[in-house]
Design a protein around this ligand. Structure first.
Ligand code: FES
Length: 177
């Protein structure tokens, strides 16, 4: 009587072929390469009226609401004071974006100052476009003293918008001092 021969052990290669699902299952997931970090941050100037928008920024700070920090505030008594020359000077001095902000309609402490601000803003926008700057570099917003969260949201949105546009084309004409 002959004893049956044990079946030959399959080679490791054959074992892998026999279990395709097992090899797929244990395959390491491919990691996506992270986007390169953006080292550039825009330089933004915010003109804010004393009674509403500046106080709104203060409310954001007091409430510890996080927002992007790449801006400088210039306080004026009323948004109606913000003439085209102020904004153009900011661009000339190296701003990549300018935000003009004041009280909501009906809340201006000088009655119709923010209506005047709208007229000034439209004139300013026309000059900005003539200079070849993108419209997205200039923005007008109404922010009340109680709207700290809104201030933070506007700053974050505007900073991202200007970051996407990139450095101002006037950058090479920047002056120092
Ligand atoms: S006081 Fe705020 S817009 Fe006039």
């Amino acid at each position: 009587m002959t004893t049956p021969k044990p079946s030959p052990k399959p080679s490791p290669k054959r074992q892998r072929e026999a279990r395709p699902s097992a090899t797929k299952k244990h395959k390491r997931p491919q990691r996506k390469a992270p986007n390169p970090p953006s080292s550039w941050n825009p330089s933004i100037v915010v003109f804010a009226c004393n009674w509403c928008s500046y106080a709104g920024a203060d409310t954001a700070g007091v409430s510890r609401i996080q927002h992007q920090p790449h801006f400088r505030m210039i306080r004026v008594m009323c948004s109606g004071r913000i003439q085209p020359g102020f904004v153009l000077r900011a661009f000339e001095k190296g701003a990549d974006g300018v935000l003009v902000s004041g009280c909501h309609f009906g809340d201006c402490h000088y009655i119709f100052g923010n209506e005047r601000a709208v007229e000034q803003f439209e004139k300013t926008m026309n000059v900005v476009k003539l200079l070849g700057l993108e419209e997205g570099r200039l923005r007008l917003e109404w922010i009340s003293a109680a709207e700290g969260a809104r201030f933070a949201q506007v700053i974050n949105e505007f900073t991202d918008q200007v970051r996407e546009l990139g450095p101002s084309p006037l950058a090479d004409k920047r002056q120092t001092g």
